[in-house]
Design a protein. Structure first.
Length: 668
């Protein structure tokens, strides 16, 4: 260590010792940092509390233990729409003393302890929307009043809480002959949510949408007349035997569609090697004429607005199905159909039920379970092939409509290509020296990979498709634009090279129409440093090129961290959890040799092409921005908090999340 490190240290100031380190207990972290658990404190976060409680009741219904749920909105203590009650006729939360917490009922443990619940082992629920034992305890922590009633074994119990703390012990209220299940009634805390209150219309739509997602449940809605307004009934009963198909029919209404019948159905997934049922998928899709379309994605009845791996599976099934139908009907151009051509303008609804789903965050906006893509694609593909060929006129009509979209896309691409080549010729000397451009000598879409370091750049150049894939290496960690001054950003050579390579301008001058490629792919190492660089790059695009992100042009590559080999059989794992999953399924009982990639540069070009760059085998995550102003504001606040100039915000975030660090990753 250099001696000059100790010369002229900065002046000491402030106390920093053991007493400076806080240890938050119980539900304190939730009240201190509610955004970590429900995404913020805005209207969306407030209504997320309702969804957490309703999801628990839906889990009981999906598991076959309940068939009725009641949702009631009444006035809170101040007379506003503040008190919500959700009941089900399921098994009821267990009330006996918990073996790990002597003197406490299991109900109290569940309501006051994070990461407690019946959904870890899979014994109580094969599939569930609640995963981490976080939801109802978070609701309790962020409520000024919570009352839970449980009817179980013909006995009625109740316990009350405030701000996550029990107001007394569990009370036994007597016998009840005809009642069973759980009722959770709560009033959100104004200290957390201010003057925000529940919106009857939003809750009504939430309850209705849940009923569509599981045909075996009846949901009853009640609302105080003073809170309902003109467009929300005070009482309603939802039961939809047709599931998503009923929902789609209502959404499409009288609009004319490309096919007279929607593509709708359901399919159970095959059992796994242990003989366990892996779940099921349900879908409903229509292609209205002259429509911008919409998509609704769900996993275990939980909305996943950002899609995820189940979406990827559906897109693959529809795209491959239409290409195959084009080949069957001797339509040669059908091979150029893309997933966006098929999904564009369509009304799409997809619901999956799977065991142990993985989500991107506690708010469950994106499904990341890798097996979901394969399960959905395999389940939907056969049905779609039959849908197309059973009525050839219907299949040709859909193929024709999709190819019209394809022709429009290729036309726009050709126009952009002219602009790109013109810009290249006009600014040839100004393009970054490290950019290895693509030739664009094909109708396929072009993309640029932003990779870290010359070593990774060298492998990527050999692995790429020279006609469609460009490579731009960057040096290490790019400038954090969220904490840098405008002058520092302008003077940074990496930022300047990136802007020149893309050609679409920055800030108010950013125009995605001038983007020189169809996709921008961030490709970094699958380790902590790589994640940091990817975060810095996403911050750059969020701040400097927001319209590019909003337009869906930005993607995140998913390179593997491990290679697993047993004899002649090999597989790649993205992370430690995926590695364990492959060892338990693909390589069950076999001696596995595990090698860890230190970086993209260590992968040979064939491996990099196969796992990360080939259109046929890779997996990309599309980075987008929310459409609603409230959600966009929440994203901006998050970026400012974690990437901005105040390091204290980052320190608090790291300190509060330290318990979630995967020790296996540190040891690796």
């Amino acid at each position: 260590m250099s001696d000059d490190l100790f010369e002229n240290p900065p002046a000491a100031g402030g106390d920093y010792d053991a007493s400076s380190i806080e240890v938050l207990e119980g539900l304190e972290p939730v009240r201190r940092r509610p955004g970590m658990y429900i995404g913020g404190t805005d209207d969306r976060a407030l209504h997320h509390l309702a969804a957490e409680v309703l999801d628990n009741s839906m889990d009981e219904a999906v598991a076959g233990y309940a068939n009725r749920i009641e949702v009631a909105l009444t006035k809170g203590p101040d007379g506003t729409a503040g008190r919500l009650s959700i009941s089900d006729n399921g098994r009821g939360i267990p009330v006996g003393e918990h073996p790990k917490f002597p003197g406490k009922s299991t109900l109290e443990v569940i309501l006051t302890t994070l990461h407690s619940g019946g959904k870890f082992s899979g014994k109580a629920y094969a599939t569930s929307g609640g995963l981490h034992g976080v939801g109802v305890s978070v609701v309790n922590a962020l409520s000024i009043e919570t009352r839970v009633e449980v009817a179980r074994d013909k006995q009625l119990y109740a316990q009350e809480f405030s701000q996550g703390q029990p107001k007394g012990k569990l009370q036994e209220l007597g016998t009840t002959a005809n009642r069973r299940g759980t009722t959770v009634t709560f009033v959100p805390d104004p200290e957390i949510f201010g003057d925000r209150v529940f919106k009857a219309k939003r809750l009504f739509k939430l309850a209705r949408s849940k009923a569509y997602l599981f045909a075996g449940v009846e949901i009853r809605w009640k609302c105080d007349p003073a809170l309902a307004g003109d467009d929300v009934p005070t009482e309603a009963t939802f039961r939809f035997p047709g599931g998503l198909a009923d929902h789609l029919a209502e959404q499409v209404g009288t609009r004319e569609c490309v096919t007279s019948d929607p593509f709708a159905g359901s399919q159970d997934f095959p059992a796994n090697d242990k003989g366990e049922q892996q779940g099921r998928v349900e879908w409903a899709i229509a292609w209205p004429l002259w429509s911008d379309g919409s998509t609704s994605w769900y996993c275990n009845t939980v909305p996943t607005p950002d899609g995820g791996t189940h979406e990827q599976g559906l897109r693959a099934a529809l795209t491959k199905g239409l290409r195959a139908f084009g080949e069957l009907t001797s339509t040669k151009k059908a091979k150029d159909i893309s997933a966006d051509d098929v999904m564009g303008g369509a009304e799409v609804m997809l619901s999956v039920f799977i065991r142990d789903p993985q989500f991107q965050s506690q708010t469950k906006d994106r499904l990341t379970s890798p097996e979901a893509a394969r399960l959905v694609e395999n389940a939907v593909r056969d049905h779609f092939d039959l849908f197309l060929t059973q009525n050839m006129d219907r299949g040709r009509a859909l193929l024709g409509a999709v190819m019209e979209r394809m022709d429009e896309r290729l036309k726009r691409k050709a126009e952009r290509e002219v602009k790109r080549k013109t810009a290249t010729n006009a600014k040839k000397l100004r393009l970054p020296g490290k950019l290895t451009d693509c030739s664009g000598e094909t109708d396929a879409e072009t993309e640029i990979f932003i990779v870290e370091g010359d070593s990774a750049g060298g492998s990527a150049k050999q692995a790429r498709d020279r006609k469609t894939q460009a490579i731009l290496p960057i040096r290490g960690k790019i400038l954090n634009v969220a904490s840098a001054s405008a002058d520092k950003i302008r003077a940074n050579s990496e930022v300047a090279d990136l802007a020149l390579a893309l050609g679409c301008g920055t800030r108010k001058d950013c125009d995605p129409e001038n983007l020189r490629y169809d996709r921008v792919v961030i490709m970094t190492d699958a380790d902590v440093d790589g994640a940091h660089i990817a975060t810095l790059l996403m911050t750059f695009f969020f701040q400097e090129m927001p319209d590019l992100v909003r337009g869906g042009y930005l993607y995140l590559a998913q390179p593997p961290l491990y290679k697993l080999t047993a004899g002649k059989e090999s597989a790649y794992a993205r992370d430690e959890e995926h590695r364990r999953e492959l060892e338990e399924t693909v390589f069950k009982g076999k001696k596995v040799e595990v090698s860890r990639f230190k970086g993209l540069g260590e992968m040979n070009p064939q491996q990099l092409r196969e796992t990360t760059m080939s259109l046929e085998t890779r997996s990309l995550i599309r980075i987008t921005l929310p459409q609603e102003n409230e959600q966009r504001h929440a994203v901006k606040e998050l970026v400012d908090r974690l990437m901005g100039r105040n390091p204290e915000h980052r320190f608090n975030f790291i300190q509060n999340r330290a318990g979630e660090i995967d020790r296996d990753m540190i040891d690796a």
